[in-house]
Design a protein around this ligand. Sequence first.
Ligand SMILES: NC(=O)c1ccc[n+]([C@@H]2O[C@H](COP(=O)([O-])OP(=O)(O)OC[C@H]3O[C@@H](n4cnc5c(N)ncnc54)[C@H](O)[C@@H]3O)[C@@H](O)[C@H]2O)c1
Ligand SMILES: [Zn+2]
Length: 362
Amino acid sequence: MTRIPVRSAAGPYDIQIEKGLLSALGPSVRMICPSVSRIGLVSNPVVWGLYGDRLQSALEETGFRTVVALHPDGERFKTMESVMALLNTFLEARWERREPLLVVGGGVTGDMGGLAAALLLRGVPLIHMPTTVVAQVDSSIGGKTGVDHPLGKNLIGAFNPPRAILADPALLATLPLRERRAGLGEVLKYAFIGDPELLALLEERVEGLAGEKFDETLWEKVVSLCARDKARIVSEDERETGERMLLNFGHTFGHALEGALGYSGILHGEAVAVGMLSVAAIAEKATISAPGTFAFMKSLISRAGLPVAWPRAVSFSEIRPYLVRDKKTSGGQVALILPEAPGRVRILREYDSNLLPNGIFA
Ligand SMILES: NC(=O)c1ccc[n+]([C@@H]2O[C@H](COP(=O)([O-])OP(=O)(O)OC[C@H]3O[C@@H](n4cnc5c(N)ncnc54)[C@H](O)[C@@H]3O)[C@@H](O)[C@H]2O)c1
Ligand SMILES: [Zn+2]
């Protein structure tokens, strides 16, 4: 088992990563919450259909009773209404403040379950069990929770660091291949912003991660490296005043693209892949990056089975409003996180705004 400590203003917690962790879930939860007899399970029907029975029996074998609350599957249900429905279930079950919620699913479930845990009785203990690549390497770590609003993604939320994160990479085997590849968008992000070990591993074996056949051991290694990166960054900068910003590499253009497409037809990790190439195109045009950086990134992203062209249907004028609306905007200009070389990035806060359209690359 890999155990990665995370520091947080709310107290330290561990990320536990091990294939097969699901079967040993009961004792792990017992260690985290020694004196409770009831656990709330938050999930969605897809994940529950795949793992609900095993989850419940693993917990019941250890003597826990469970209360299950499922939200509908999909980003379009990442709303306050869904969170309210989750809260209703636990309030009707007369929840007590020391009784934890175990949130099992992808980033949508994690963000909503995390917010529900923050709001329920002004806060109950939260344990994440992430089941997608995005959730295991990114969204479950660092305490950000939230829901979308018609005016934009993740505009409502709270910081709510968990008591623990229990990640079982074996669960990634059932992900649709497209979802698993999209997760590689976030994995590549860590490599590009500054993880030489991960970058070397991806250069050598990215096809092994993006292929039809699921390589449990390789994925366990990759999840561990990424989780270590994110844990280090959020431990240094929980509130995103400095280094945590780097995690938005590729996200400004990625989010804008998702927005312009109405959050349909493209997965987040795919949009991030295009977004990383957008900033690489800008850096290349501005001669900020070392020669060959764009080509190197494009090749690795393509080998990961991710898109490497800007969608023809979306013009710069369509994404411009989303760039301005980006949460990282201050004083009207969005900070750009640009690659200087594979594995090294730089933040540019002031620049000629004529640079931005270069992010729409061929
Ligand atoms: N809080 C953060 O710091 C943070 C960071 C990054 C992303 N996010 C959020 O995460 C969300 C995206 O997360 P996601 O990509 O995990 O999407 P998701 O939660 O929608 O999951 C993707 C799909 O996979 C299914 N699924 C989940 N686990 C599965 C499994 N093991 N086998 C088969 N199918 C499975 C889900 O039901 C869903 O249909 C976005 O809402 C984004 O805003 C949050
Ligand atoms: Zn992301």
